[in-house]
Design a protein around this ligand. Structure first.
Ligand SMILES: [Zn+2]
Length: 101
């Protein structure tokens, strides 16, 4: 679970999910209310994890799954992957930008 870099308290799973669903890149610490940002490493890990939502599409190339199964896999995977996100998040006091080079 992520730890606030300002007050060093651990965020709960629920608090982390809540801050993930804000459009702002800053996440507000529920304890000290300071803005927290994801580290570069954390963003990359999450990006990779979230990419797995597309896995059924890749699988379909080989298995030719029925559309109905394919469509029902997406929300399932989405929920599964979202619930794993808080375990991979690392926080930082400053925003770090991903360089694609
Ligand atoms: Zn804090």
């Amino acid at each position: 679970m992520p730890t606030c870099q300002n007050c060093h308290r651990d965020w709960s799973w629920k608090q982390t999910i809540k801050s993930l669903f804000t459009l702002d890149t800053a996440m507000t610490c529920p304890y000290c209310e300071r803005s927290q940002f994801q580290t570069k490493k954390s963003k990359k890990r999450l990006g990779f994890l979230n990419f797995l939502v597309l896995l059924p599409l890749l699988l379909n190339i080989f298995l030719n799954l029925p559309v109905l199964i394919l469509l029902s896999l997406f929300p399932l995977l989405f929920i599964l992957i979202m619930s794993f996100n808080p375990f991979l998040i690392q926080l930082s006091n400053e925003e770090e930008h991903i360089d694609f080079m």
